[in-house]
Design a protein around this ligand. Structure first.
Ligand code: DGL
Length: 297
């Protein structure tokens, strides 16, 4: 078989997000599925999704997915972004012929684990307002008190200032959201935006020892495994050795960021930004591979 036509199971698993939020999700999947190869695409051109209208989020994620499907021919995609998942999972499934695994706020486990029946959901403004989240709450937490808090400032901080900030700034940026959640006397909070995983420690500290913090990593990794098996797409250890000869010769996980027409960045600042993305990639064991053009929404 020609190199341009890899067997279905040899194709990569694609992770999509508006930025770096999905990296901890990829990391969890890479640990669980050592024979798989991964592509991570951060749609920095259209970041932040959480401050956009639903139609814009849908256009952005469809464009990012389309560019990645054409460039990398993934076998399955994880939409490692709650905002894009709640808004556009159906549209993605209708448009592209690969399975999509969504990341949505872990409301069900939170309702099950809460002792007091008071839970918090920390997410983007778009997710907090979206009827998908309201549906999850009605379905799985109807007998709970649920406080949803939008934390767009935390998202922007993680994407833009994570590596240039001092510890004190990281602690400060989570204070307001933590205060609101504490005052509501919740005992469990859902990290309903993937970016928050990067400041999980600071959030847990600010919330205090009585509030449990949960996310969707375990559920999403399990679901990815099921989808790979059910579609006959899981890659065996034998095939991994066969194709690469040496596992380490093949970059197992590669990261790209989007760029696009009308990009406000000039070449210099794109380069500076790239250094940050490179550091994020390294931190999670990925190789940074540069830009992939997409349409601006
Ligand atoms: N990481 C995304 C999420 O899980 C959203 C970040 C953004 O606003 O772009 O919701």
């Amino acid at each position: 078989m020609a190199d341009s036509e890899p067997q279905r199971e040899d194709r990569p698993v694609l992770f999509l997000d508006s930025g770096v939020g999905g990296l901890p999700y990829l990391s969890a999947a890479a640990a669980e599925f050592p024979n798989e190869r991964f592509i991570y695409l951060a749609d920095r051109r259209n970041f932040p999704y959480g401050e956009r209208a639903p139609e814009e989020v849908q256009r952005a994620i469809l464009a990012a997915a389309g560019a990645a499907v054409a460039a990398f021919r993934p076998k399955v995609s994880v939409v490692a972004c709650n905002t894009a998942s709640v808004v556009a999972l159906d549209a993605l499934r209708a448009e592209y012929a690969i399975p999509f695994v969504g990341v949505v706020p872990a409301v069900k486990p939170a309702a099950e684990q809460s002792r007091s029946g008071r839970i918090g959901v920390l997410a983007t403004a778009r997710t907090v307002e979206d009827r998908y989240l309201l549906g999850l709450i009605e379905r799985f937490a109807a007998d709970c008190y649920v406080l949803s808090v939008a934390g767009g400032d935390i998202v922007t901080f993680v994407e833009r200032r994570y590596f240039v900030s001092q510890a004190v700034e990281r602690r400060t940026v989570v204070q307001e959201a933590a205060r609101r959640l504490r005052e509501a006397r919740i005992d469990t909070v859902v990290l309903g935006c993937t970016h928050f995983l990067h400041v999980e420690r600071e959030l847990a500290e600010a919330l205090g020892p009585d509030i449990r913090v949960i996310d969707s990593r375990a559920g999403v990794t399990r679901r990815l495994g099921t989808v790979l098996r059910e579609h006959g797409l899981a890659r065996s250890a034998e095939r991994t050795g066969e194709r690469t000869g040496d596992r380490t010769a093949d970059a197992r996980a590669r990261m790209y960021v989007t760029c696009g027409p009308g990009d406000s960045l000039d070449a210099d600042s794109l380069e500076a930004e790239s250094e940050d993305y490179q550091r994020f990639a390294e931190q999670f064991g990925l190789t940074y591979n540069g830009v992939l053009p997409v349409e601006a929404v």
